[in-house]
Design a protein around this ligand. Structure first.
Ligand code: MN
Length: 394
């Protein structure tokens, strides 16, 4: 081989090696990138898994926090029950004559149905403290058999400035049996998760209080902030229930609460009708009796045995029962959302006659919203020995 040819060859080989090295290096880089991409994909995947898990756990733990009874609440019910057993004569109403005020239709009557001792006491405390003439107010507290003893003791531990308080168990109302009450009949076969007689008691007010003409229904997750006697002055226009409306835009309308693909619902109701809220409702019991609302409720509740008209709760049957007999109340009577909506205006809250902690973040739970909790805690009887023993507010 000639010298020049050899040199040429050497040059070519060197060039080839250079190119190959470059190709190899590029390939390696690309391979590394592929690896990196795969690794990133794996990380994204595992992060996604973690996120889903965390979301599930988060939702689950807040559900547990919302649905389970806090230790202090359980402790309080136990301590009160202990006291009830130790001194039966002091707390039982058995054989004692009933106070005439409990049936006096000229007084201001309230219905509170609850299995939560501290919540029920906050409702009564707040209403009494804001009442101008507390001795004219009568509170009818109804609980279940299990909490009756505790509830009886709770409301006998102090004086309520002359206000009258009756404590009863659902079981005391003998007419509430499965041959009359569809919900009780349905409870015999259905999942108790969906039905609770304590929740449905609101549909039996005229029969529970036969001597009364009017009554104010209060949820146990509300706080009274004003004297409420103005409600008894409102002209009800012959309507049965006074309630604040909740609809805005396309939200909170009948279509949202019941199944409009059911022919009976479609035939009877306007899907755009405005919904209202339970929690603070004024009832004209005479209008109720006249309009036969209980029969109407029974008709629909029986039809809904298989839950094809609505899924759960008392609002859908309420919207159905009082479809043409609802009187809208001014919004300041009842401000809602303190158990889920952090953006309610403080002005609106200050101006409210009643605030409602509807939603999961109840004021007696750890998950309560800190900005709203004091509105409730200011009516807890921290000075009571039993309340202190159970570490409330610690
Ligand atoms: Mn409520």
């Amino acid at each position: 081989m000639e010298e020049s040819t050899l040199r040429q060859f050497e040059k070519e080989v060197k060039e080839r090696i250079k190119v190959t090295r470059q190709v190899i290096s590029e390939a390696k880089e690309s391979f590394d990138n592929q690896l990196k991409i795969q690794k990133l994909k794996d990380i994204i995947f595992s992060l996604n898994e973690l996120l889903t898990k965390a979301k599930k756990q988060g939702a689950f733990s807040s559900l547990i926090a919302a649905k389970s009874i806090p230790k202090s609440l359980h402790c309080l019910a136990m301590r009160l029950m202990e006291e009830r057993i130790a001194h039966p004569e002091k707390y039982s109403d058995q054989g004692k004559p009933q106070a005439p005020e409990l049936e006096d239709p000229t007084l201001y009557h309230y219905a509170i149905f609850s299995d939560n001792v501290i919540a029920a006491s906050v409702v009564v405390n707040s209403a009494v403290k804001n009442a101008k003439e507390p001795w004219k107010h009568v509170f009818h507290v109804v609980t279940d058999k299990m909490n009756l003893g505790a509830m009886q003791v709770m409301f006998k531990l102090k004086d309520y400035n002359g206000a009258h308080i009756e404590v009863k168990a659902v079981e005391d109302y003998k007419f509430l049996n499965s041959s009359y009450v569809p919900v009780l009949k349905q409870l015999e076969s259905a999942n108790p998760k969906y039905l609770s007689i304590l929740n449905h008691l609101r549909f039996y007010l005229p029969e529970m209080y036969p001597k009364l003409h009017r009554i104010l229904f209060l949820d146990d997750d509300i706080v009274v902030q004003k004297d409420l006697t103005g409600l008894w002055e409102i002209d009800m226009d012959g309507k049965v229930i006074g309630a604040v409306e909740t609809c805005f835009g396309s939200f909170h309308r009948y279509a949202q609460y019941m199944n409009f693909s059911h022919p009976l619902i479609k035939a009877k109701f306007n899907p755009k009708a405005c919904a209202w809220a339970y929690g603070m409702n004024f009832f004209d019991l005479d209008a109720w009796r006249r309009e036969k609302c209980t029969e109407e409720y029974h008709y629909w509740q029986t039809l809904n045995e298989n839950r094809t008209l609505w899924k759960l709760g008392t609002l859908p049957p309420g919207l159905i029962t009082y479809y043409s007999t609802t009187k809208p109340l001014d919004k300041s009577w009842h401000v809602l959302g303190l158990g889920y909506n952090p953006s309610i205006s403080m002005d609106e809250i200050r101006n409210a006659a009643v605030v409602h902690f509807n939603g999961n973040m109840k004021p007696w739970l750890d998950i309560a919203m800190t900005q709203f909790k004091p509105l409730w805690t200011k009516f807890v009887d921290y000075e009571l020995e039993f309340v202190q023993q159970c570490n409330f507010g610690v």
